[in-house]
Design a binder for this molecule. Structure first.
Ligand SMILES: *Cc1c(COP(=O)(O)O)cnc(C)c1O
Length: 467
Protein backbone atom coordinates (compact mmCIF):
# COMPACT_ATOMS: atom_id res chain seq x y z
CA UNK A 1 0.00 0.00 0.00
CA UNK A 2 2.76 2.43 1.06
CA UNK A 3 4.73 1.37 -1.99
CA UNK A 4 1.75 1.83 -4.33
CA UNK A 5 1.16 5.33 -2.96
CA UNK A 6 4.87 6.08 -3.39
CA UNK A 7 4.79 5.26 -7.09
CA UNK A 8 1.49 7.15 -7.53
CA UNK A 9 3.20 10.20 -6.01
CA UNK A 10 5.99 9.91 -8.53
CA UNK A 11 3.34 9.95 -11.28
CA UNK A 12 2.03 13.36 -10.20
CA UNK A 13 3.30 15.79 -12.82
CA UNK A 14 5.19 18.91 -11.83
CA UNK A 15 3.68 22.38 -12.18
CA UNK A 16 6.08 23.20 -15.02
CA UNK A 17 5.32 19.99 -16.84
CA UNK A 18 1.60 20.69 -16.66
CA UNK A 19 1.99 24.27 -17.87
CA UNK A 20 3.67 22.91 -21.01
CA UNK A 21 0.90 20.32 -21.53
CA UNK A 22 -1.04 21.70 -24.51
CA UNK A 23 -4.59 21.80 -23.07
CA UNK A 24 -3.23 23.76 -20.08
CA UNK A 25 -1.06 25.99 -22.29
CA UNK A 26 -4.26 26.92 -24.16
CA UNK A 27 -5.79 28.04 -20.87
CA UNK A 28 -2.90 30.46 -20.37
CA UNK A 29 -4.05 32.39 -23.45
CA UNK A 30 -7.50 32.68 -21.95
CA UNK A 31 -6.81 33.38 -18.27
CA UNK A 32 -3.19 34.54 -18.05
CA UNK A 33 -0.11 32.72 -16.78
CA UNK A 34 -0.32 33.61 -13.12
CA UNK A 35 -3.96 32.60 -12.67
CA UNK A 36 -3.31 29.27 -14.47
CA UNK A 37 -0.16 28.60 -12.41
CA UNK A 38 -2.10 29.19 -9.18
CA UNK A 39 -4.93 26.95 -10.35
CA UNK A 40 -2.49 24.18 -11.32
CA UNK A 41 -0.86 24.40 -7.87
CA UNK A 42 -4.23 24.18 -6.12
CA UNK A 43 -5.38 21.22 -8.21
CA UNK A 44 -2.06 19.38 -7.73
CA UNK A 45 -2.23 19.90 -3.98
CA UNK A 46 -5.70 18.37 -3.97
CA UNK A 47 -4.44 15.51 -6.19
CA UNK A 48 -1.65 14.76 -3.69
CA UNK A 49 -4.21 14.55 -0.89
CA UNK A 50 -6.36 12.25 -3.01
CA UNK A 51 -3.41 9.96 -3.75
CA UNK A 52 -2.54 9.89 -0.06
CA UNK A 53 -6.01 8.51 0.64
CA UNK A 54 -5.59 5.87 -2.03
CA UNK A 55 -7.15 7.43 -5.13
CA UNK A 56 -5.62 6.90 -8.53
CA UNK A 57 -4.55 9.72 -10.75
CA UNK A 58 -5.60 10.73 -14.26
CA UNK A 59 -4.08 13.53 -16.23
CA UNK A 60 -7.41 14.21 -17.95
CA UNK A 61 -9.10 14.74 -14.62
CA UNK A 62 -6.38 17.14 -13.46
CA UNK A 63 -6.76 19.15 -16.65
CA UNK A 64 -10.55 19.21 -16.28
CA UNK A 65 -10.25 20.30 -12.65
CA UNK A 66 -7.91 23.13 -13.60
CA UNK A 67 -10.31 24.25 -16.34
CA UNK A 68 -13.31 24.12 -13.98
CA UNK A 69 -11.49 26.03 -11.26
CA UNK A 70 -10.46 28.80 -13.67
CA UNK A 71 -13.96 29.05 -15.12
CA UNK A 72 -15.42 29.32 -11.63
CA UNK A 73 -12.93 32.01 -10.63
CA UNK A 74 -13.63 33.97 -13.81
CA UNK A 75 -17.39 33.94 -13.35
CA UNK A 76 -18.78 37.14 -11.92
CA UNK A 77 -20.01 36.95 -8.34
CA UNK A 78 -22.91 39.23 -9.25
CA UNK A 79 -24.56 36.46 -11.27
CA UNK A 80 -27.66 37.40 -13.23
CA UNK A 81 -30.52 35.20 -12.03
CA UNK A 82 -34.14 34.49 -12.84
CA UNK A 83 -36.14 36.03 -10.01
CA UNK A 84 -39.13 33.70 -9.76
CA UNK A 85 -39.53 34.30 -6.02
CA UNK A 86 -42.69 36.31 -6.52
CA UNK A 87 -41.14 39.37 -4.87
CA UNK A 88 -40.74 41.96 -7.60
CA UNK A 89 -38.44 44.41 -5.77
CA UNK A 90 -36.26 41.84 -4.03
CA UNK A 91 -33.64 43.63 -1.92
CA UNK A 92 -31.29 40.62 -1.93
CA UNK A 93 -31.56 40.45 -5.73
CA UNK A 94 -30.75 44.10 -6.27
CA UNK A 95 -34.29 45.58 -6.20
CA UNK A 96 -35.38 47.40 -9.37
CA UNK A 97 -34.33 46.14 -12.79
CA UNK A 98 -33.53 49.25 -14.80
CA UNK A 99 -35.12 50.59 -17.95
CA UNK A 100 -33.13 50.27 -21.17
CA UNK A 101 -32.87 54.07 -21.29
CA UNK A 102 -31.25 54.06 -17.83
CA UNK A 103 -28.86 51.25 -18.75
CA UNK A 104 -27.76 53.08 -21.89
CA UNK A 105 -27.22 56.31 -19.95
CA UNK A 106 -25.16 54.55 -17.27
CA UNK A 107 -23.02 52.78 -19.88
CA UNK A 108 -22.40 56.03 -21.77
CA UNK A 109 -21.29 57.72 -18.55
CA UNK A 110 -18.75 54.98 -17.97
CA UNK A 111 -17.17 55.03 -21.39
CA UNK A 112 -16.24 58.70 -21.68
CA UNK A 113 -15.46 61.57 -19.37
CA UNK A 114 -18.73 63.36 -18.59
CA UNK A 115 -19.66 66.88 -17.55
CA UNK A 116 -20.51 65.66 -14.05
CA UNK A 117 -19.61 68.80 -12.12
CA UNK A 118 -18.84 71.04 -15.04
CA UNK A 119 -21.07 73.74 -16.46
CA UNK A 120 -20.58 73.55 -20.22
CA UNK A 121 -22.32 76.90 -20.69
CA UNK A 122 -19.95 78.97 -18.57
CA UNK A 123 -16.97 76.64 -18.59
CA UNK A 124 -16.83 76.75 -14.80
CA UNK A 125 -17.49 74.27 -12.05
CA UNK A 126 -21.02 72.87 -11.85
CA UNK A 127 -22.89 70.68 -9.39
CA UNK A 128 -23.75 67.03 -9.84
CA UNK A 129 -27.28 67.62 -8.53
CA UNK A 130 -27.90 69.96 -11.47
CA UNK A 131 -28.51 66.97 -13.73
CA UNK A 132 -31.62 65.88 -11.88
CA UNK A 133 -32.72 68.84 -9.76
CA UNK A 134 -35.13 70.42 -12.24
CA UNK A 135 -36.60 67.07 -13.21
CA UNK A 136 -37.23 66.05 -9.59
CA UNK A 137 -38.76 69.43 -8.83
CA UNK A 138 -40.98 69.18 -11.89
CA UNK A 139 -42.15 65.67 -10.93
CA UNK A 140 -42.72 66.37 -7.24
CA UNK A 141 -43.68 70.03 -7.04
CA UNK A 142 -40.79 70.61 -4.60
CA UNK A 143 -38.76 73.83 -4.52
CA UNK A 144 -35.40 72.10 -4.50
CA UNK A 145 -33.85 68.66 -4.42
CA UNK A 146 -30.65 66.77 -3.81
CA UNK A 147 -29.58 63.18 -4.31
CA UNK A 148 -27.40 60.85 -2.24
CA UNK A 149 -26.29 57.21 -2.02
CA UNK A 150 -29.59 55.73 -0.81
CA UNK A 151 -32.58 56.65 1.31
CA UNK A 152 -30.84 55.53 4.51
CA UNK A 153 -28.17 58.13 3.71
CA UNK A 154 -30.87 60.72 2.97
CA UNK A 155 -32.45 60.20 6.40
CA UNK A 156 -29.08 60.25 8.15
CA UNK A 157 -28.05 63.42 6.38
CA UNK A 158 -31.32 65.23 7.06
CA UNK A 159 -31.29 64.34 10.77
CA UNK A 160 -27.67 65.35 11.11
CA UNK A 161 -28.31 68.64 9.33
CA UNK A 162 -31.51 69.70 11.08
CA UNK A 163 -31.20 68.22 14.55
CA UNK A 164 -27.58 67.70 15.66
CA UNK A 165 -27.58 67.74 19.46
CA UNK A 166 -31.28 68.46 19.38
CA UNK A 167 -34.46 66.49 19.64
CA UNK A 168 -36.32 64.70 16.86
CA UNK A 169 -39.90 63.78 17.65
CA UNK A 170 -41.29 60.50 16.23
CA UNK A 171 -44.40 58.45 16.95
CA UNK A 172 -43.80 55.12 18.72
CA UNK A 173 -45.84 53.54 15.93
CA UNK A 174 -43.23 54.59 13.35
CA UNK A 175 -39.92 53.48 14.89
CA UNK A 176 -39.20 51.15 12.01
CA UNK A 177 -36.54 48.60 11.29
CA UNK A 178 -35.97 48.05 7.58
CA UNK A 179 -34.39 44.69 6.68
CA UNK A 180 -30.74 44.53 7.61
CA UNK A 181 -29.40 47.28 9.74
CA UNK A 182 -31.61 50.31 9.23
CA UNK A 183 -33.27 50.95 12.61
CA UNK A 184 -34.63 54.39 13.09
CA UNK A 185 -33.48 54.83 16.74
CA UNK A 186 -29.92 53.81 15.80
CA UNK A 187 -29.76 56.02 12.73
CA UNK A 188 -30.93 58.89 14.92
CA UNK A 189 -28.25 58.26 17.50
CA UNK A 190 -25.55 58.13 14.80
CA UNK A 191 -26.91 61.31 13.27
CA UNK A 192 -26.45 63.00 16.66
CA UNK A 193 -30.17 63.64 17.17
CA UNK A 194 -31.95 62.78 20.40
CA UNK A 195 -34.96 60.61 19.80
CA UNK A 196 -38.14 61.71 21.53
CA UNK A 197 -40.80 59.03 21.20
CA UNK A 198 -44.40 60.06 21.48
CA UNK A 199 -47.72 58.22 21.69
CA UNK A 200 -48.00 54.45 21.85
CA UNK A 201 -47.44 51.66 19.37
CA UNK A 202 -51.00 51.76 18.09
CA UNK A 203 -52.18 55.30 18.84
CA UNK A 204 -50.50 58.68 18.59
CA UNK A 205 -52.44 61.96 18.84
CA UNK A 206 -51.80 65.58 18.00
CA UNK A 207 -51.62 66.37 21.71
CA UNK A 208 -48.73 63.89 22.10
CA UNK A 209 -46.65 65.81 19.57
CA UNK A 210 -47.66 69.17 21.09
CA UNK A 211 -46.63 68.06 24.57
CA UNK A 212 -43.21 66.92 23.31
CA UNK A 213 -42.34 70.11 21.39
CA UNK A 214 -39.84 72.30 23.22
CA UNK A 215 -37.04 74.77 22.49
CA UNK A 216 -34.83 71.65 22.18
CA UNK A 217 -36.81 70.31 19.23
CA UNK A 218 -34.91 70.22 15.93
CA UNK A 219 -37.57 68.56 13.80
CA UNK A 220 -40.69 66.44 13.72
CA UNK A 221 -40.27 63.23 11.74
CA UNK A 222 -42.97 61.20 10.07
CA UNK A 223 -41.88 57.76 8.89
CA UNK A 224 -43.73 55.60 6.41
CA UNK A 225 -44.32 52.24 8.11
CA UNK A 226 -43.07 50.58 4.98
CA UNK A 227 -42.90 46.94 5.90
CA UNK A 228 -45.72 46.57 8.41
CA UNK A 229 -49.19 47.83 9.22
CA UNK A 230 -50.65 48.55 12.60
CA UNK A 231 -54.29 47.56 12.36
CA UNK A 232 -57.28 47.58 14.70
CA UNK A 233 -57.61 50.25 17.39
CA UNK A 234 -55.25 52.80 15.88
CA UNK A 235 -54.79 56.52 15.53
CA UNK A 236 -52.12 58.53 13.76
CA UNK A 237 -51.77 62.21 12.95
CA UNK A 238 -51.93 63.02 9.25
CA UNK A 239 -48.92 64.59 7.58
CA UNK A 240 -51.01 67.69 6.97
CA UNK A 241 -51.93 68.15 10.63
CA UNK A 242 -48.40 67.32 11.66
CA UNK A 243 -47.06 70.03 9.35
CA UNK A 244 -49.37 72.56 11.04
CA UNK A 245 -48.23 71.48 14.51
CA UNK A 246 -44.54 71.61 13.54
CA UNK A 247 -44.88 75.00 11.86
CA UNK A 248 -46.80 76.53 14.79
CA UNK A 249 -43.71 75.72 16.80
CA UNK A 250 -41.24 76.93 14.21
CA UNK A 251 -39.69 73.53 13.42
CA UNK A 252 -39.63 71.62 10.13
CA UNK A 253 -41.58 68.45 9.39
CA UNK A 254 -39.57 65.74 7.64
CA UNK A 255 -41.50 62.93 5.96
CA UNK A 256 -39.51 59.75 5.26
CA UNK A 257 -41.65 58.13 2.60
CA UNK A 258 -39.38 55.12 2.09
CA UNK A 259 -40.46 53.76 -1.25
CA UNK A 260 -41.87 56.94 -2.58
CA UNK A 261 -43.69 56.86 -5.85
CA UNK A 262 -43.92 59.64 -8.39
CA UNK A 263 -47.21 58.54 -9.99
CA UNK A 264 -50.61 57.46 -8.77
CA UNK A 265 -50.23 53.68 -8.97
CA UNK A 266 -53.98 53.10 -9.04
CA UNK A 267 -53.76 54.21 -12.65
CA UNK A 268 -51.91 50.95 -13.33
CA UNK A 269 -54.23 48.76 -11.26
CA UNK A 270 -52.17 48.85 -8.06
CA UNK A 271 -53.18 50.15 -4.64
CA UNK A 272 -53.00 53.90 -4.21
CA UNK A 273 -49.92 55.07 -2.33
CA UNK A 274 -49.39 58.70 -1.42
CA UNK A 275 -46.99 60.15 -3.99
CA UNK A 276 -44.00 62.34 -3.26
CA UNK A 277 -46.00 65.22 -4.73
CA UNK A 278 -48.78 64.54 -2.17
CA UNK A 279 -46.25 64.56 0.68
CA UNK A 280 -44.79 67.87 -0.51
CA UNK A 281 -48.27 69.38 -0.93
CA UNK A 282 -49.27 68.25 2.56
CA UNK A 283 -46.68 70.61 3.95
CA UNK A 284 -43.61 68.50 4.71
CA UNK A 285 -40.54 70.72 4.65
CA UNK A 286 -38.36 67.84 3.45
CA UNK A 287 -39.36 64.48 1.98
CA UNK A 288 -36.95 61.55 1.61
CA UNK A 289 -37.39 58.49 -0.63
CA UNK A 290 -35.52 55.68 -2.40
CA UNK A 291 -34.48 55.48 -6.04
CA UNK A 292 -34.63 51.70 -6.40
CA UNK A 293 -37.96 50.81 -4.83
CA UNK A 294 -41.24 51.72 -6.58
CA UNK A 295 -39.50 54.46 -8.51
CA UNK A 296 -37.70 51.76 -10.50
CA UNK A 297 -34.26 53.35 -10.81
CA UNK A 298 -30.80 52.62 -9.42
CA UNK A 299 -29.95 52.69 -5.72
CA UNK A 300 -30.23 56.34 -4.68
CA UNK A 301 -31.79 58.53 -2.03
CA UNK A 302 -33.70 61.70 -2.82
CA UNK A 303 -34.23 64.66 -0.52
CA UNK A 304 -36.75 67.19 -1.79
CA UNK A 305 -38.35 70.25 -0.25
CA UNK A 306 -37.60 73.75 0.98
CA UNK A 307 -34.75 75.54 -0.74
CA UNK A 308 -33.16 76.85 2.46
CA UNK A 309 -33.18 73.40 4.04
CA UNK A 310 -31.74 71.71 0.93
CA UNK A 311 -29.00 74.37 0.95
CA UNK A 312 -28.25 73.48 4.57
CA UNK A 313 -28.14 69.77 3.68
CA UNK A 314 -25.69 70.54 0.87
CA UNK A 315 -23.43 72.50 3.22
CA UNK A 316 -23.16 69.52 5.58
CA UNK A 317 -19.70 67.97 5.03
CA UNK A 318 -21.26 64.50 5.43
CA UNK A 319 -23.03 65.07 2.10
CA UNK A 320 -19.65 64.60 0.41
CA UNK A 321 -19.32 61.14 1.97
CA UNK A 322 -22.80 60.12 0.85
CA UNK A 323 -22.79 61.42 -2.70
CA UNK A 324 -23.88 59.37 -5.68
CA UNK A 325 -21.56 58.41 -8.55
CA UNK A 326 -21.84 59.39 -12.21
CA UNK A 327 -23.18 56.03 -13.39
CA UNK A 328 -26.12 55.99 -11.06
CA UNK A 329 -26.73 59.70 -11.57
CA UNK A 330 -26.96 59.09 -15.31
CA UNK A 331 -29.35 56.18 -14.73
CA UNK A 332 -31.44 58.29 -12.34
CA UNK A 333 -31.76 61.10 -14.83
CA UNK A 334 -32.85 58.71 -17.58
CA UNK A 335 -35.33 56.97 -15.26
CA UNK A 336 -36.87 60.23 -14.09
CA UNK A 337 -37.27 61.37 -17.68
CA UNK A 338 -39.52 58.38 -18.36
CA UNK A 339 -41.96 59.80 -15.81
CA UNK A 340 -42.56 62.78 -18.05
CA UNK A 341 -44.61 60.47 -20.26
CA UNK A 342 -46.94 58.59 -17.87
CA UNK A 343 -48.85 57.05 -20.79
CA UNK A 344 -45.86 54.97 -21.84
CA UNK A 345 -44.33 54.55 -18.38
CA UNK A 346 -45.68 51.03 -17.81
CA UNK A 347 -44.16 49.91 -21.10
CA UNK A 348 -40.76 51.41 -20.50
CA UNK A 349 -40.15 51.05 -16.77
CA UNK A 350 -39.60 47.35 -15.92
CA UNK A 351 -40.69 47.73 -12.27
CA UNK A 352 -44.05 49.09 -13.25
CA UNK A 353 -44.39 46.75 -16.22
CA UNK A 354 -43.86 43.72 -13.98
CA UNK A 355 -46.13 45.00 -11.22
CA UNK A 356 -48.90 45.75 -13.70
CA UNK A 357 -48.49 42.56 -15.73
CA UNK A 358 -51.94 41.02 -16.39
CA UNK A 359 -52.49 37.75 -14.56
CA UNK A 360 -53.99 36.16 -17.71
CA UNK A 361 -50.69 36.69 -19.50
CA UNK A 362 -48.72 35.14 -16.63
CA UNK A 363 -51.12 32.20 -16.54
CA UNK A 364 -50.75 31.59 -20.27
CA UNK A 365 -46.99 31.55 -19.80
CA UNK A 366 -47.32 29.03 -16.96
CA UNK A 367 -49.47 26.76 -19.15
CA UNK A 368 -46.85 26.99 -21.92
CA UNK A 369 -43.94 26.25 -19.60
CA UNK A 370 -45.35 23.47 -17.39
CA UNK A 371 -44.75 20.66 -19.93
CA UNK A 372 -41.34 22.11 -20.84
CA UNK A 373 -40.16 22.07 -17.23
CA UNK A 374 -41.65 18.64 -16.65
CA UNK A 375 -39.78 17.27 -19.61
CA UNK A 376 -36.53 18.93 -18.54
CA UNK A 377 -36.87 17.19 -15.18
CA UNK A 378 -37.33 13.92 -17.06
CA UNK A 379 -40.24 12.83 -14.90
CA UNK A 380 -38.30 13.55 -11.71
CA UNK A 381 -41.08 15.73 -10.30
CA UNK A 382 -44.71 16.66 -10.70
CA UNK A 383 -45.17 20.04 -12.37
CA UNK A 384 -48.47 21.87 -11.99
CA UNK A 385 -49.79 25.27 -12.98
CA UNK A 386 -50.88 27.11 -9.84
CA UNK A 387 -52.22 30.52 -8.99
CA UNK A 388 -50.17 32.43 -6.45
CA UNK A 389 -49.71 35.90 -5.03
CA UNK A 390 -46.75 38.14 -5.85
CA UNK A 391 -45.41 40.72 -3.45
CA UNK A 392 -44.13 44.14 -4.34
CA UNK A 393 -41.18 43.89 -1.96
CA UNK A 394 -38.67 46.31 -0.46
CA UNK A 395 -41.22 47.32 2.11
CA UNK A 396 -43.49 48.92 -0.44
CA UNK A 397 -47.18 48.22 0.21
CA UNK A 398 -46.41 45.26 2.52
CA UNK A 399 -49.93 43.89 2.70
CA UNK A 400 -50.64 44.37 -0.95
CA UNK A 401 -50.35 41.18 -2.98
CA UNK A 402 -50.84 40.82 -6.70
CA UNK A 403 -52.70 37.83 -8.12
CA UNK A 404 -50.21 35.87 -10.21
CA UNK A 405 -49.56 32.42 -11.64
CA UNK A 406 -46.70 30.01 -11.72
CA UNK A 407 -45.45 26.45 -11.52
CA UNK A 408 -45.50 24.19 -8.52
CA UNK A 409 -42.78 21.56 -8.77
CA UNK A 410 -43.06 18.65 -6.36
CA UNK A 411 -40.42 15.92 -6.24
CA UNK A 412 -41.50 12.60 -4.74
CA UNK A 413 -40.54 12.37 -1.09
CA UNK A 414 -40.17 16.11 -0.42
CA UNK A 415 -37.53 17.05 2.20
CA UNK A 416 -34.09 16.29 0.84
CA UNK A 417 -35.41 15.78 -2.70
CA UNK A 418 -36.87 19.28 -2.53
CA UNK A 419 -33.54 20.73 -1.35
CA UNK A 420 -31.75 18.92 -4.17
CA UNK A 421 -34.26 20.21 -6.70
CA UNK A 422 -33.92 23.80 -5.47
CA UNK A 423 -30.14 23.45 -5.62
CA UNK A 424 -30.25 22.05 -9.15
CA UNK A 425 -32.14 25.14 -10.30
CA UNK A 426 -29.77 27.43 -8.38
CA UNK A 427 -26.80 25.72 -10.05
CA UNK A 428 -27.99 26.37 -13.59
CA UNK A 429 -25.81 28.63 -15.78
CA UNK A 430 -28.35 31.37 -15.02
CA UNK A 431 -29.62 30.39 -11.57
CA UNK A 432 -33.41 30.10 -11.19
CA UNK A 433 -34.69 31.21 -7.78
CA UNK A 434 -38.15 30.29 -6.55
CA UNK A 435 -39.63 29.82 -3.13
CA UNK A 436 -40.43 26.69 -1.19
CA UNK A 437 -43.98 26.29 0.01
CA UNK A 438 -45.46 23.19 1.65
CA UNK A 439 -43.24 20.59 0.03
CA UNK A 440 -43.10 22.20 -3.40
CA UNK A 441 -40.82 24.56 -5.22
CA UNK A 442 -42.91 27.46 -6.51
CA UNK A 443 -41.88 29.54 -9.50
CA UNK A 444 -43.98 32.70 -9.68
CA UNK A 445 -43.70 33.67 -13.34
CA UNK A 446 -44.62 37.37 -12.95
CA UNK A 447 -40.98 38.43 -13.46
CA UNK A 448 -40.10 35.93 -16.18
CA UNK A 449 -39.38 38.04 -19.23
CA UNK A 450 -36.73 36.12 -21.18
CA UNK A 451 -38.76 32.96 -21.76
CA UNK A 452 -36.54 31.55 -24.51
CA UNK A 453 -33.44 31.97 -22.31
CA UNK A 454 -35.28 30.28 -19.47
CA UNK A 455 -36.08 27.25 -21.64
CA UNK A 456 -32.56 27.07 -23.06
CA UNK A 457 -31.13 27.21 -19.53
CA UNK A 458 -33.19 24.15 -18.49
CA UNK A 459 -31.11 21.96 -20.78
CA UNK A 460 -28.36 22.08 -18.14
CA UNK A 461 -30.53 20.43 -15.48
CA UNK A 462 -29.21 17.04 -14.36
CA UNK A 463 -31.27 14.29 -15.98
CA UNK A 464 -33.66 12.10 -14.01
CA UNK A 465 -35.09 12.28 -10.53
CA UNK A 466 -32.82 13.83 -7.92
CA UNK A 467 -31.45 11.06 -5.71
C1 LIG B 1 -36.51 51.49 2.52
C2 LIG B 1 -36.65 52.57 3.53
C3 LIG B 1 -35.53 53.26 4.00
C4 LIG B 1 -34.15 52.92 3.52
O1 LIG B 1 -34.03 53.21 2.16
P1 LIG B 1 -32.81 52.59 1.28
O2 LIG B 1 -33.00 53.21 -0.05
O3 LIG B 1 -32.99 51.13 1.32
O4 LIG B 1 -31.56 53.03 1.94
C5 LIG B 1 -35.72 54.25 4.92
N1 LIG B 1 -36.94 54.57 5.37
C6 LIG B 1 -38.06 53.92 4.95
C7 LIG B 1 -39.38 54.31 5.50
C8 LIG B 1 -37.94 52.90 4.01
O5 LIG B 1 -39.02 52.24 3.59
Amino acid sequence: MAQAAGSAFRDIPSVDHLLRHSPIAALVDEYGRSAVTDAVRDVLAAARDAVRSGASLHLDIIVADVRDLLAEQARTGLRPVFNLTGTVLHTNLGRAVLAEEAIAAAVASMRDPVALEFDLESGSRGERDDHVRDLICELTGAEDATIVNNNAAAVLLVLNTLAPGREAIVSRGELIEIGGAFRMPEIMARAGARLVEVGTTNRTHAKDYRAALSPETGLVLKVHTSNYRIEGFTAAVSAKDLATIAHENGVPLVNDLGSGTLVDLSRYGLAKEPTVRDAVAEGADLVTFSGDKLLGGPQAGFIVGRRDLIAAVNRNPIKRALRIDKMRLAACEATLKLYRDPDRLAERLPTLRLLARPVAEIEAQAIRLAPVVKQALDGGAEVEVVSCQSQIGSGALPLETLPSAGLSISPPGGGKALDDLSRAFRNLPKPVLGRVDRGSLIFDLRCLVAEADFIHNLASLPRGAPE
